[in-house]
Ligand binder design. Structure first.
Ligand code: GLC
Length: 755
């Protein structure tokens, strides 16, 4: 009997003697280093990599979307070791385990799959969208929320979420500002690092944790004209000091993956941009995980006119530093030939595979490839236990923009009219990336009924639809023609009924906004008004003469001058998620006090975007006005928000390298104030610094008459910037400091920094 026959016999004997005392993935009967959890990850990676064939290595870079129908081809690919990951759009742990069992037990090397999904602002329990939650100015809230989301996701068999989105909001016409943490790099960095901690915890292999994915790398939010999927033209100076800040902080927080973006930068598609993917991401930011492309962006390089075909695209992307191909099926069929032809080196391929295997080991997928199918049933039950957190997140993310004293509701109200298409709706409130949850638990109407005293009557009138029936679009000689003759109609318009309800009430609450189907991905808008006939509804109701409290739902800052001017109070609620109604009614009834601050500026007009606060002073501050309008920039600025009391700020004084100020609650109710530290470097030879930059904030809760002292250290971290080589530095010199309630207020104070 020769050696091979002896080995086969030994193997058979081992199987007969029961499974080996380890996961024998390659079924060779011996405990390879990669099968030994006691071995260091790097040793396991190298051992496994050394045993993979060329095709199996390429298979580790291939991600597909879960099958919607016939899945035979998927199983065939997995048996060949030709699939590494799925975008798991299904909620079926048993089916997920069937896929995993095929990869682990029926392929030659048994490498587990990694299952990814967009768990953006909640899996089953949906929280406010990130743009809203960032208004809490409480990064810890993100960590708590994403901890819940990770637990729900992992219980269902999702090992990897495509979040947080680290893009910096710049243009409200771009629908994806909804997924960002706003327009400020400092706030965004704190919130996104907190999300990574929430998703991954200290050990992402622990039960209830998932791998985070920083997206969309990089510059996607600067798309020209706010038009999704477009080119982005950003200077290196802006890239370093605006768009990369959040990515850098989240990489430092330990993010295991990054997703490259759809846009081009200086004419190069982000998925094949070696400068950003390798020089900056791995060189400057020190990222050690793997990069996955966004959707079919590898193939889309053909449409951009950057790649000739899928083989060319695969080579360009992999050589630039994009490790995994999401859905395009460009890597799997083409890379072997590219390697054999020497256009992709084996070293480049090995490095990409190494990164993917490293994350799979770090996630514990080799030790626990399967999900406990009974645990998933507990997820639904666990939601109730976390509803208070979701409710707290809502009341801390809704921004009070205006209040003529009509909220919180005074006692003794005889009748409240609730009007608007969001009044009884439960799907619009949930947000644009709503995970597995499709509707809020209760509507505004139901929650308001609960919140009001029994003796207060409540009348609810929808008034109009959330958007009109879209006008018909026809094709004429290959062109798309909008048939304006079929003017958008709203069969649900009921203005007179709404006006009558308003006239009969002491106070009106209007639940209005933007349909969620026009927010998020591929949802750019050329106007920023209310959708459908809601503005007509608001104008008619406001003319009834009763005080109107507007509650505005949107995935972006809208431009609503008539609402700002005519409403007696305005709550900006964003898309608050599953506990929207309870959180908002807590604020209306005074059970909770508003403390949120705008994470993104509200423009005066869509023609004036971008309206972010952190632009330069220019050489002629205050000039350069638009000739045809007196307004400029933002109606409500970044960092702005009211509470139910008032606060006074004492002057800023320097105590050594600390900026100090007293804050006093000068009102009649307890409230939480978010004191903000802004800085400006008065002279910077590396490049002009913004007129103001947020570099600290402190939330203080004070009773009427109470004072608090807030202190901010002024050091390299708070004063620094990234120079042309990407190095962080803080120059000695003169600075201007503000401690203020928002990005427009406060008195400037001089500070000399020694460097
Ligand atoms: C989408 C989005 C990205 C998402 C991915 C997977 O196109 O751009 O944010 O994570 O595809 O769903």
């Amino acid at each position: 009997m020769n050696t091979k026959e002896l080995l086969v016999l030994a193997l058979a004997a081992a199987q007969v003697a029961g499974a080996a005392d380890f996961c024998d993935y390659n079924r060779n009967g011996k405990k390879d280093a990669f099968e030994d959890a006691a071995q260091p990850v790097e040793k396991r990676v190298e051992d496994l990599l050394s045993q993979l064939t060329l095709d199996e290595k390429i298979g580790q870079l291939n991600q597909l979307v879960a099958p919607a129908g016939d899945d035979k081809e998927f199983f065939a690919l997995m048996r060949k070791g030709a699939v590494s990951s799925y975008i798991w759009t299904r909620t079926d742990p048993a089916y997920r385990n069937r896929f995993q069992r095929t990869a682990v037990e029926e392929s030659r090397m048994g490498v587990p799959l990694i299952f990814g999904m967009d768990i953006i602002h909640g899996a089953y329990l949906t929280f406010p969208i990130s743009l809203g939650l960032a208004c809490s100015f409480e990064p810890e809230l993100f960590e708590r929320a994403q901890t819940v989301a990770a637990r729900e996701a992992r219980a269902e068999g999702i090992d990897w979420t495509f979040a947080p989105m680290c893009d910096l909001a710049r243009d409200p016409r771009w629908g994806r500002v909804a997924e960002t943490c706003g327009e400020d790099p400092y706030l965004s960095a704190l919130c996104n690092a907190a999300q990574v901690r929430g998703f991954q915890g200290a050990d992402p292999s622990a039960p209830g944790r998932v791998a985070a994915c920083l997206k969309h790398y990089v510059g996607y939010s600067a798309v020209t004209g706010g038009r999704d999927y477009n080119d982005s033209e950003i200077t290196e100076w802006e890239l370093r000091n605006l768009h990369l800040v959040s990515f850098g902080a989240a990489v430092k927080a330990g993010a295991l993956t990054v997703m490259s973006s759809f846009n081009t930068l200086e004419g190069i598609p982000a998925v094949a941009n070696r400068h950003t993917l390798t020089d900056i991401l791995r060189g400057d930011l020190g990222f050690k995980g793997f990069v996955v492309s966004d959707w079919e962006s590898v193939m889309e390089m053909i449409r951009w006119g950057y790649a000739a075909d899928k083989a060319d695209a695969a080579r360009l992307a992999l050589n630039a530093g994009n490790d995994m191909d999401m859905k395009a099926m460009a890597y799997q069929p083409n890379l072997a030939a590219e390697v054999k032809a020497g256009r992709v080196t084996m070293a480049t391929l090995d490095e990409a595979v190494r990164r993917v295997l490293r994350v799979k080991f770090q996630l514990g997928l080799f030790e626990r490839p399967y999900v406990d199918e009974t645990a998933f049933a507990a997820v639904e039950k666990a939601i109730d236990a976390e509803l208070p957190l979701a409710r707290e997140a809502v009341s801390k993310s809704v921004v009070l923009l205006k209040n003529d004293g009509v909220v919180p509701f005074r006692p003794g109200l005889k009748k409240v009219a609730l009007i608007g298409p969001f009044a009884e709706d439960k799907t619009e409130l949930i947000g644009c990336w709503n995970g597995r949850q499709t509707a809020a638990r209760v509507s505004i109407a139901e929650a308001l009924r609960e919140a009001l005293p029994q003796e207060t009557a409540l009348e609810v009138v929808k008034g109009c639809s959330v958007m009109t029936t879209p006008p018909t679009i026809t094709q004429q000689d290959g062109r798309i023609v909008l048939d304006r003759a079929a003017v958008a109609t709203d069969p649900g318009l009921e203005l007179s009924k709404a006006v009558a309800a308003a006239k009969g009430a002491d106070i009106v609450v209007m639940a209005i906004g933007e349909t969620r189907s026009w927010t998020g991905e591929n949802a750019s808008r050329a106007s920023l008004g209310l959708t459908g006939r809601q503005q007509d509804l608001f104008d008619a109701v406001a003319a009834a003469g009763k005080p109107v409290v507007a509650v505005v739902f949107s995935g972006r800052p809208l431009v609503l001058p008539r609402v700002w001017d005519k409403a007696a109070a305005v709550f900006y609620a964003w898309q608050p998620g599953m506990e929207a109604a309870h959180g908002i009614c807590d604020l209306l009834a005074g059970k909770a006090s508003p403390s949120a601050r705008l994470s993104m500026s509200v423009p005066c007009d869509v023609s004036q975007v971008p309206a972010y606060y952190n632009g330069p002073t220019t050489g002629r501050p205050g000039q350069g006005q638009y000739r045809d309008t007196p307004e400029r920039g933002s109606r409500y600025c970044f960092g702005y928000g009211l509470t139910y009391t008032t606060f006074a700020y004492g002057g800023v004084r320097m105590e050594g390298n600390e900026a100090v100020a007293e804050i006093t609650n000068t009102g009649t109710r307890e409230g939480t104030e978010t004191a903000q530290l802004y800085i400006r470097q008065n002279v910077c030879h590396e490049g002009v610094r913004p007129a103001r930059e947020l570099r600290g904030f402190k939330r203080v809760t004070l009773k009427p008459g109470e004072k608090a002292t807030v202190r901010f250290a002024l050091n390299g971290d708070t004063l620094g910037y990234f120079d042309r080589q990407g190095k962080h530095r803080a120059d000695a010199g003169q600075y201007t400091i503000w401690i203020a309630p928002d990005s427009r207020s406060g008195a400037p104070t001089a500070f000399a920094f020694g460097g």
